[in-house]
Write a protein that binds this ligand. Structure first.
Ligand SMILES: C[C@H]1O[C@@H](Oc2ccc([N+](=O)[O-])cc2)[C@H](O)[C@@H](O)[C@H]1O
Length: 484
């Protein structure tokens, strides 16, 4: 059984779900990126058109009805920055306090909000209000997320890139986009500060700074990470002026393991680089990782503890899909191909360990959700929510087992002390899966993209049983046995 008041729900992101019926948002980098003929020709994107998507923008009452039918009582909704501010907010001036290139404070006042009011799109604000009201009317727990990779074109135009290696997974933050992001975050908390139960400033910043690093050197990874750390910390401060709700970050996680468990030291190093370096900065103010990287010297100058960053995380959003199995190589480490997230090249059926693999090539590894949650718990003891977990599986061949086995492992972690108060599945319905377009089907509910009709997959009914029992009912226990 899960604890009393445990929440079951779904996660969505604006760009991946909203379009399909009306109100096409052409103002994001991802809209442009997904329509780019060179990208389509080079198979960087599928050529599928997000404006032919599932249409949550118009059909949200129907989707909420279906989620309610399944027994869900929570939702994580992503707001599209480009819808709120289709035009640049740079003309709204704010005071920025800096030291040695670090942004220590961004002053947001009532006057700033009034000036931003002149630039925001009131129809979009009203529409999001309607969506949030529909959620609250049902008595659900609402998590609002502010950044899920897509950026307004005025922040990032894919045609004006410096480096060919950049892609459109949200071009990385820099000093000026940090400042604009903080204005947007403050504005959203001013208007939705009491409607949301929790806020996340960003989804998986680590996927963004990993992907858009100029090269794979740890140094540049850390320099990029620094901007996201500051974007979150300064948003946290600005938002707290207008809301008393918990504010956190949603992170992408792989359960890090060294190949054949032979190198515990490597596991520790990679976990630090991939997970703790970010959170240590925002929880303890510990930035020793970037002090040398950003100053481009081996000698550590400047402070390795920044009080202006510490205690800026109230909760952690855990996205979990698979594991990361790593081994050393000359200049660092690499993922072992054929295991974890890296099975793309293997046949669809099995990983090198004989485990089944999803349609995105991600090995199914349910123990990982236990390991990740416990590792956060031991290090930080903060409240957590599973903010993404699920698999691409059009025929629902493995999803029932996936669902039960991951929830069993989550239940075990909670029994062992982890403070997880909700599970949000990715996804309620099929959706636009970035470069893969509509080909990857993550929904508990299948969508016919032509008619926009929704069809429950068997997993949706399994979810209904789980929510009804607030745990795995006895007759479904067998599904959780590890037979992947
Ligand atoms: C299916 C969802 O995936 C999320 O993104 C990722 C990307 C990469 C990993 N990984 O560790 O390799 C995990 C999750 C994303 O947040 C969401 O939008 C969906 O696309």
């Amino acid at each position: 059984m899960f604890p009393k008041n445990f929440k079951f729900g779904f996660s969505e992101a604006g760009f991946q779900f909203e379009m399909g019926v009306s109100d096409i948002d052409t103002n994001t980098d991802w809209y442009k990126w997904s329509h780019d003929s060179e990208n389509i020709k080079n198979h960087i994107v599928s050529g599928d058109r997000p404006e032919e998507g599932v249409g949550y923008w118009d059909l949200y009452p129907k989707d909420h009805d279906l989620a309610e039918y399944i027994g869900m009582n929570a939702a994580r909704i992503g707001i599209e920055w480009s819808r709120i501010f289709p035009v640049s907010t740079e003309r709204v001036k704010v005071e920025v306090i800096e030291e040695n290139g670090d942004i220590l404070e961004i002053k947001i006042t009532e006057k700033t909000i009034k000036e931003l009011d002149l630039l925001s799109d009131k129809n979009a604000m009203q529409h999001y209000t309607n969506i949030f009201n529909d959620i609250k009317k049902r008595g659900w727990f609402l998590v609002i997320n502010l950044f899920h990779w897509s950026l307004p074109l005025w922040i990032n135009d894919p045609n004006n890139r410096n480096s060919e290696k950049d892609n459109a997974l949200g071009n990385c933050m820099n000093r000026s986009s940090v400042i604009e992001f903080v204005k947007y975050a403050a504005y959203i908390s001013y208007y939705f500060g009491s409607l949301a139960d929790r806020f996340a400033t960003m989804n998986e910043p680590n996927e963004v700074f990993k992907t858009c690093s100029e090269d794979k050197r740890v140094e540049s990874y850390h320099i990029r990470m620094k901007w996201f750390v500051e974007a979150h910390a300064r948003s946290y401060d600005a938002m707290k002026q207008f809301t008393n709700r918990q504010i956190g970050v949603i992170y992408a996680n792989g359960d890090v393991q060294s190949f054949e468990n032979k190198d515990p030291k490597l596991k520790e190093e990679v976990e630090y680089e991939q997970r703790y370096s970010f959170f240590d900065a925002l929880i303890h103010g510990d930035v020793h990782w970037y002090v040398s990287a950003c100053r481009k010297t081996n000698h550590v100058h400047g402070k390795s503890i920044r009080p202006d960053l510490s205690n800026r995380i109230d909760w952690i959003g855990v996205n979990y899909y698979s594991r990361n199995v790593v081994k050393r190589k000359e200049d660092g480490y690499e993922n072992v191909r054929g295991l974890g997230y890296d099975t793309g090249w293997v046949s669809y059926e099995k990983s090198l360990d004989g485990r089944s693999v999803s349609e995105t090539g991600w090995e199914i590894y349910p123990e990982g959700i236990y390991n990740i949650v416990m590792s956060y718990h031991k290090r930080y003891e903060l409240p957590m929510m599973i903010t993404e977990n699920g698999m691409a599986d059009d025929n629902d061949r493995f999803r029932p087992r996936y669902l039960v086995s991951h929830l069993k492992n989550l239940e075990r972690a909670i029994n062992d002390g982890a403070k997880v108060d909700g599970y949000l599945h990715w996804a309620l319905t099929d959706n636009f899966e970035w470069g893969s377009g509509f080909s990857k089907k993550f929904g508990l509910i299948k969508v016919d993209y032509k008619t926009k009709k929704r069809y429950l997959r068997p997993s949706a009914l399994i979810m209904k049983e789980i929510t009804k029992h607030n745990g795995i009912p006895e007759e479904l226990e067998w599904l959780g046995e590890d037979k992947f």
